[in-house]
Design a protein around this ligand. Structure first.
Ligand code: GLA
Length: 760
């Protein structure tokens, strides 16, 4: 305790004062103090500077010239677009000794900083009080340490630590390092004393919901993380959108030191339901409350009748190898046929894979016919043999968000097998892309790139994918090394493009990374384009089509020139991660300027999907709520974004499957018109985005970006239309009442209502 560290005579004096104070407090204030929660000090604004200097940790450094920062948002959302490197936050705060009054334990002070992307060192008045993650040595190249962005920072120091200036101004300085994606703090730092309830945790995200028929269940754990006991009542209550309580339980519980207790809950999963877990501590009535939404399923089960899904057009260069799997669902077995199939192509009647050699330049219309015992489906399909590839946004899987640098042949095959097992290819999912981490440290003596020990047979892997009607993607950088430090294509572009063709590669993601050192400060447009032209010139020489994915994080407004270097898609921002902040910034804030450049074969890429079991090698269930995940897929579809799954496909649950097998939603993404998305309403609470579809209808997304439920209205006038319209809920695949004026819907926080409206 703090008084033990003072000189002996001061100790006696202090103890006397303390007991006198306690007597006064107990006598006079006990009633009014009893139920008040421990005082928290919130640091709502700070100052910020990019760069690095050891003196910025100090309490006395003059930061008057620094810019203001809101710590609840990453720095990318506040004008530091795509900044990678070290930056500092400084917060000035008076810590009143009165915050000890209501604290159960007065010997520690807690600094809750939330999640920080990616590494931090935290100082109080110049003294280091906590550190998570790694930093590059001063002036050295970036380090790629473990991703600690998700780790919640709670730094605790003793109340008698000399670094604390009680009742005076303190400076909390946080040095942050981030090397990709959004950087910095994402919540308001809070300073508090420890109450009994501080030690209580409700662990509800660790165990996901388990699906059984139409219901779900899960186990949560109440934990006491302190070495003293705590008593209270835990209540669990699940209420669905019709205000019906579908599960409730209460338990009066005492947890001994470091004790825990588990609770099971289960309920019918047929409607959206909010579950509240609340622990009320007996002594103070302070409570800890957390809520979560169930993974509610909107996509109806696939019907037994044959149905043809996915893209309606396909671009290929004349003479290139042709592979296209007809995506179709229905009761098995299905048989496939094609009317007017161009010469040189053949369809496998059992698998639906069309293969052969692409016809001469021209447009070829044909019909797909898919049959089963119950009937048949027939749909028009167009092959455009010419210069343009990827006439609809590429759909598939990429290893990065799932496996990071630990990707291997085995993991690609296991994800491929799951994709096939779940029938994702029947909804249009096609590309299986190896991201960073496949290259050996040295080229062969003749200069050819060699895969590392994790990829024993690249050509064999390609064959396996093609045999199943799937396509094969790979990753490199125009620089000497990739972002992950593996060997890349600099000055070996011709050899690498030839190796890719030899292995049967259909897609290349070309990631700027270390080429920035070659650019050596060249900030011209020509400088930004150069490496992409160099690889373009090699790719076009190959006797197969390789979709060209540019990854340079949106530099020099790549959307305005990506097509010029033959790019089919281009990343528009830094890296995404599985948080609402990242999704919101990339999807809602950064895309509007890029959408006018959307066209068949030219796609803005807001980065890969962050649903399912993700983790960049550090696996976990996505941290997005179910509503945020519906928003993610809906917005990406309206934006005509490439859809690349970034999760471990061997761990797909029914909820994630529902997100990626809704053919009406996928049809919005794959619409052949490729009409640019438009944001037609933007308020602080909600946004409405619209995309015109080929059949004359419109896909309209009502997105609630606020923290509370909202009613969102859209009238036909705002959409520039008049007259009577059919309205269809695309996720539920149900028609809603038609309207001559507009549409209105209650939308949950961070959720969406996606409808298609078509003239009657
Ligand atoms: C960059 C890219 C990511 C991924 C990694 C691989 O950060 O933006 O998508 O490819 O490199 O190291």
């Amino acid at each position: 305790m703090f008084i033990n560290h003072l000189k002996p005579n001061t100790q006696i004096y202090m103890k006397w004062i303390l007991s006198a104070c306690i007597a006064i407090v107990f006598g006079a204030f006990i009633v009014s103090m009893k139920n008040s929660p421990p005082q928290d000090i919130q640091l709502k604004t700070g100052v910020f500077k990019t760069g690095d200097d050891a003196s910025w940790s100090s309490g006395t450094f003059n930061d008057a010239a620094w810019g203001k920062i809101d710590p609840s948002k990453n720095w990318e959302q506040q004008g530091y677009d795509n900044y990678d490197g070290i930056a500092w936050y400084r917060f000035k705060v008076t810590i009143p000794s009165s915050i000890k009054n209501d604290a159960a334990w007065k010997d520690s002070l807690n600094f809750s900083l939330g999640q920080i992307a990616n590494s931090d060192e935290t100082y109080l008045n110049g003294t280091l009080i906590g550190k998570t993650g790694t930093f590059p040595a001063r002036g050295a190249a970036p380090v790629r340490g473990r991703n600690t962005g998700n780790v919640i920072r709670n730094y605790r120091i003793a109340s008698n630590n000399n670094a604390i200036l009680w009742d005076k101004e303190n400076v909390l300085a946080i040095r942050v390092y981030n090397s990709r994606g959004n950087g910095g703090l994402s919540s308001i730092p809070v300073i508090s004393m420890l109450g009994r309830i501080t030690g209580v945790k409700i662990a509800y995200t660790q165990n996901p919901f388990v699906f059984k028929d139409k219901s779900i269940s899960k186990t949560i754990t109440l934990q006491n993380t302190f070495a003293t006991s705590v008593a209270g009542v835990l209540s669990i209550k699940a209420v669905n959108d019709d205000n019906k309580v579908v599960f409730s339980s209460t338990d009066a519980v005492t947890l001994g030191a470091m004790d825990k207790k588990s609770y099971n809950l289960f309920f019918d999963n047929s409607s959206r339901t909010v579950v509240e877990y609340k622990f009320v501590e007996n002594g103070t009535n302070n409570n800890l409350t957390v809520t979560e939404t169930n993974p509610y399923i909107l996509t109806p089960a696939v019907g037994p009748m044959p149905r043809i899904n996915g893209a309606k057009i396909f671009g290929i260069r004349p003479g290139s190898p042709f592979i296209f799997k007809i995506p179709a669902t229905g009761k098995l077995p299905l048989t496939y046929a094609v009317q007017n199939l161009p010469k040189g192509l053949a369809v496998n009647a059992q698998t639906g894979v069309i293969s052969g050699v692409a016809p001469a330049k021209g447009e070829y219309k044909m019909y797909f016919i898919v049959k089963n015992a119950l009937g048949q489906a027939k749909r028009e399909f167009t092959v455009k043999a010419g210069n343009l590839l990827a006439l609809t946004p590429p759909m598939g899987w990429d290893s990065w968000n799932a496996w990071g640098l630990t990707v291997s042949d085995e993991k690609v095959r296991s994800s491929t097998n799951s994709l096939l097992k779940y029938g994702l290819q029947n909804h249009g999912w096609t590309y299986m892309n190896i991201d960073d981490g496949w290259e050996a440290p040295k080229r062969a003596d003749n200069g050819e790139i060699v895969p590392n020990e994790k990829f024993p047979d690249m050509a064999g892997l390609g064959e396996y994918l093609h045999k199943n009607g799937l396509k094969f993607g790979i990753y490199s950088s125009p620089g000497p090394t990739t972002c992950g430090g593996y060997l890349a294509s600099y000055q070996h572009e011709a050899q690498d493009a030839a190796s890719y063709a030899k292995w049967g590669i259909d897609y290349l993601k070309y990631d700027l990374c270390s080429y920035r050192t070659i650019m050596a400060g060249d900030t011209t447009l020509a400088g930004a384009q150069k490496p992409y032209f160099v690889m373009r010139d090699q790719l076009v020489k190959q006797n197969r089509d390789i979709v060209y994915s540019l990854c340079q994080y949106g530099g020099k407004d790549v959307w305005t020139w990506g097509r010029k270097v033959n790019g089919n898609l281009w990343r528009t921002t830094g890296d995404i991660n599985d948080s609402w902040g990242s999704l919101f910034n990339i999807g809602f804030v950064q895309q509007e300027k890029t959408t006018p450049y959307t066209a068949p074969g030219s796609w803005n890429d807001p980065d890969m999907l962050i649903i399912g079991y993700v983790g960049w090698g550090n696996q976990h269930n996505t941290r997005l709520t179910p509503d945020e995940q519906y928003t993610h897929i809906s917005l990406w579809s309206i934006l005509s974004a490439p859809l690349l799954l970034g999760c471990d496909l061997s761990k797909l649950d029914p909820f994630t499957l529902n997100l990626i097998t809704n053919d009406e939603v996928i049809a919005v993404d794959q619409d052949p018109k490729a009409s640019p998305a438009k944001r037609i309403v933007k308020t602080a609470d909600y946004e409405v985005w619209v995309k015109d579809l080929e059949d004359g209808s419109k896909a309209v997304g009502l997105f609630n970006i606020s923290a509370a439920t909202n009613t969102i209205n859209i009238n036909w006038k705002a959409l520039g239309i008049t007259g009577n319209y059919n309205i269809r809920d695309i996720w539920r695949q149900k028609n809603l009442p038609k309207s001559a004026t507009g549409f209105s819907s209650v939308v949950p926080s961070h959720g969406v209502r996606l409808v298609k409206i078509s003239k009657i």
